[in-house]
Design a protein around this ligand. Structure first.
Ligand SMILES: *Cc1c(COP(=O)(O)O)cnc(C)c1O
Length: 231
């Protein structure tokens, strides 16, 4: 199956979910998660019209970003972040979805060049309260947002989550609904928030039903993942 065909399928699923659950026009951005996939696959998706790409593994990602420098791609970092990786992330990416600590946000802000636009940030929320999962606890979110909001080279855009995995549609919706409620509640105090990054290959319909504005899809566009090109 070609990537163009798979992309079209995913767009159809997005549009069907909007029709079924939102019942009015509602913009959902598709982030194509290209981690572990080769540069030629990204080019193939680009040639089919895709512009937003997500990556998890920094070294692999930077290689791709440099190789595809001539392409008008918006790059999103969605992987875990250690302090020693912030400068490369700040240098190469347009968005970061996986910020969960002030220290990381501060470093990203300090290391973002004055020549670049402010870095778009989503805070990752541990919505299913899983013990070994990344993300800030919902009750600590407001404080972190206040601190991140004041950073100079950062533009706080919204929230991201990866809920506990389940194939049950209603269960999927429950976690996404909590996120959505949190998001709308916080929007009252942070009116610039416009991004709710949730939903992947297996649960994008449930995420859209609860108001996701950005779905992050890997497998259903590029197929099963290879081993990371770098770990
Ligand atoms: C890998 C990954 C995705 C894509 O997952 P698929 O199930 O392949 O669609 C989305 N979000 C994050 C944070 C990821 O790490």
């Amino acid at each position: 199956m070609s990537i163009a065909y798979q992309l079209q399928n995913v767009f159809q699923r997005i549009s069907d979910a909007v029709t079924q659950y939102i019942c009015k026009p509602y913009p959902v951005t598709l982030l194509a998660v290209s981690k572990t996939h080769k540069i030629c696959k990204i080019e193939e998706a680009f040639n089919a019209g895709q512009r937003n790409f997500g990556e998890n593994y920094l070294q692999e990602a930077v290689g791709k970003i440099i190789a595809l420098n001539d392409y008008e791609i918006c790059w999103h970092y969605i992987g875990p972040i250690q302090s020693n990786k912030t400068s490369k992330i700040a240098e190469h990416f347009d968005w970061v979805h996986s910020v969960e600590r002030l220290k990381i946000a501060r470093r990203l802000s300090e290391q973002r060049s004055q020549d670049s636009k402010p870095l778009n940030i989503c805070l990752q929320v541990n919505i299913s309260a899983e013990e070994n999962k990344s993300g800030v606890a919902p009750d600590q979110l407001r404080e972190l947002m206040t601190q991140v909001q004041s950073l100079e080279r950062i533009k706080l855009r919204g929230l991201m989550c990866i809920p506990a995995k389940t194939d049950d549609f209603d269960q999927q919706r429950l976690a996404f609904r909590e996120m959505s409620q949190l998001f709308h509640h916080l929007q009252k105090d942070f009116p610039n928030l416009d991004t709710l990054s949730m939903g992947m290959s297996g649960d994008l319909e449930a995420a859209i039903a609860e108001g996701s504005t950005m779905v992050r899809v890997g497998t259903d566009i590029f197929g099963t993942r290879n081993k990371p090109l770098e770990s």
